[in-house]
Write a protein that binds this ligand. Structure first.
Ligand code: SF4
Length: 395
C-alpha cells in the first residue's frame, strides 16, 4: 500500500495515469515578463539597494547566480566558503541601523545542499525546500533570524532547478490528494516561503517566478507563501490558481510598531483584489495576534475594514490562519537594545509561559488558558465582522 509520505524510491516513478515526471520537468518555458518592472523603481530600491554580494563560487558561476549578479553590476562580489558562515553578517552585534543597512545592501548567494520536503499539516501539507533564507524586512517578532542572528540578509539559493526537480519528484510520488483537509480540499499544499518572503525575493531573482510557473503546471499541487510586502511584479506572472498568496495582516497600529520595513497593512489588503485577478488564490494570515491593551477593539476594526473594502470575489475564496504570537528570550534581549517599545507589547511574562525550542533556545507563548481564550475571541470577532472569512486553523 502506498504511504501518504513519499519515499525517495517513489519519487521518480509517478503514480499510474497521473502525469509523467519528464512532462512536468520539461514543460513549456516561462514566458518572459516585459515592461517597466517595480523592482527597478525607486521604491523597490529603498527596500533593496545591493552593494555587496557574498557568494559561494559555484553559486556565483551558476546560471541563476549570474543572473542575480548581472542585476547588481555595481555590487562588490566577495567570495564565501559557505553561505552559513559569514560571521560579520550573521551576528546580533550592533544596533538596528546596522542590521537594516546589512539587510538592504548585502546579499548572499549559496547553494541549497539539503533538499528536504517536510510534513507540516497546519499552514500547508508540506514545507518545500526553500529557495531563499533571510529577509530584508525586520519584524520585531520574526523567528527567521534565530539561527543566523538579527542581521539576517537574504541568501538566494541558486540551484533552483534542483529545488524544483525535488518538489516535482515529491508531487509525482504523492499522486492526487484523496481526502480534503483544512489545508486544501483537493491540492497538496507546499509552503515555499518558510524562512523568507517570496515577494521581496522577487525583487532579486527569478526564483519566485520559477516556482509560481512550476506549480501552475502541476495539477495536484499548490504553492503557498505568506507575505508582508506588496510586489506588483508578481501580478505579471501566470499562477493559474496554483499559488496561494497569504497576505499577513494585523491591526495597523501593531504593524507600525512591530513590522519594520513592511508594506502598510492597508496596502496589503488593497492588493488582494489585484492578486486574485492575476490568477492567485488569496488567503490571509491573521498574525501574529499580540495581546496588549485594546487588542480586541483593534482586531475588530481590522476585520471590519476587510469586510468594508474587499470585493465579493475575494471574500468568496478567502480563508485565514490565526497565529498567536510566539516570542523568544534571546530575541527579547536583542530587541531591548534597539526597540524597547516593541517589547512592551511582545514580552508579557504575566501572560506567557516558556517552551523549549528545537534549537535549544527558549520560546515563550501565551499560557494555555490565555491563548485558548484569545483564539476564541478572534474567532468570535471574525464571525461578527467578517463572517465570510473561514478560519482554516488557529493556534
Ligand atoms: S516579513 Fe516575515 S521573514 Fe521578513 S522579517 Fe517579517 S516576519 Fe520575518
Amino acid at each position: 500500500m502506498r504511504s501518504s509520505q513519499p519515499s525517495d524510491a517513489q519519487d521518480d516513478d509517478g503514480p499510474d495515469g497521473l502525469f509523467r515526471l519528464d512532462e512536468i520537468l520539461t514543460g513549456p518555458p516561462r514566458p518572459a515578463v516585459s515592461g517597466p518592472l517595480f523592482r527597478d523603481s525607486p521604491r523597490a530600491r529603498r527596500m533593496l539597494s545591493i552593494r555587496e554580494i557574498h557568494a559561494e563560487p559555484a553559486a556565483a558561476a551558476s546560471p541563476r547566480g549570474r543572473q542575480v549578479l548581472a542585476g547588481f553590476p555595481d555590487a562588490e562580489v566577495v567570495p564565501a566558503d559557505s553561505h552559513w558562515r559569514i560571521p560579520e553578517l550573521h551576528g546580533n552585534r550592533g544596533n538596528a541601523e546596522r542590521w537594516v543597512r546589512i539587510k538592504s545592501t548585502v546579499l548572499v548567494l549559496g547553494e541549497k545542499k539539503t533538499l528536504t520536503v517536510r510534513p507540516n499539516g497546519r499552514s500547508a501539507d508540506w514545507i518545500a525546500p526553500g529557495t531563499a533564507n533571510g529577509c530584508a524586512m525586520a519584524c520585531a517578532y520574526c523567528y527567521v533570524p534565530r539561527r543566523k542572528g538579527y542581521a539576517n540578509p537574504i541568501t538566494v539559493f541558486t540551484n533552483i532547478d534542483r529545488i524544483i526537480a525535488r518538489i516535482s519528484n515529491h508531487v509525482v510520488g504523492l499522486g492526487p490528494k484523496k481526502e480534503p483537509n483544512q489545508c486544501d480540499p483537493s491540492a497538496w499544499v507546499y509552503d515555499i516561503g518558510e524562512n523568507n518572503d517570496c515577494s521581496v525575493d522577487a525583487l532579486i531573482s527569478e526564483n519566485t517566478a520559477d516556482l509560481v510557473h512550476a506549480f501552475a503546471r502541476w495539477p495536484t499541487a499548490k504553492a503557498s507563501f505568506a507575505t508582508k510586502f506588496v510586489n506588483p511584479d508578481l501580478l505579471l506572472l501566470e499562477p493559474r490558481g496554483r499559488t496561494r498568496v497569504r497576505l499577513s495582516v494585523m491591526p495597523p497600529e501593531d504593524s507600525r510598531l512591530l513590522d519594520i520595513r513592511t508594506s502598510p497593512v492597508e496596502d496589503r489588503i488593497a492588493a488582494a483584489e489585484d492578486f486574485l485577478d492575476a490568477g492567485y488564490e488569496v488567503h490571509f494570515n491573521l498574525s501574529p495576534v499580540v495581546i496588549r491593551p485594546g487588542w480586541k477593539q483593534a482586531w475588530a476594526e481590522l476585520l471590519q475594514h476587510m469586510d468594508d473594502v474587499l470585493p465579493q470575489r475575494v471574500k468568496e475564496q478567502a480563508a485565514a490562519e490565526v497565529i498567536m504570537l510566539t516570542h523568544n528570550r534571546d530575541l527579547h534581549d536583542v530587541n531591548m537594545a534597539w526597540h524597547p517599545r516593541a517589547e512592551e507589547a511582545l514580552w508579557r511574562p504575566d501572560l506567557q509561559q516558556p517552551k523549549g525550542s528545537e534549537n535549544g533556545g527558549w520560546n515563550v507563548r501565551y499560557r494555555n488558558g490565555t491563548k485558548a481564550a484569545a483564539v476564541e475571541t478572534v474567532r468570535g470577532l471574525g464571525r461578527t465582522h467578517a463572517p465570510w472569512l473561514t478560519i482554516r486553523y488557529a493556534f
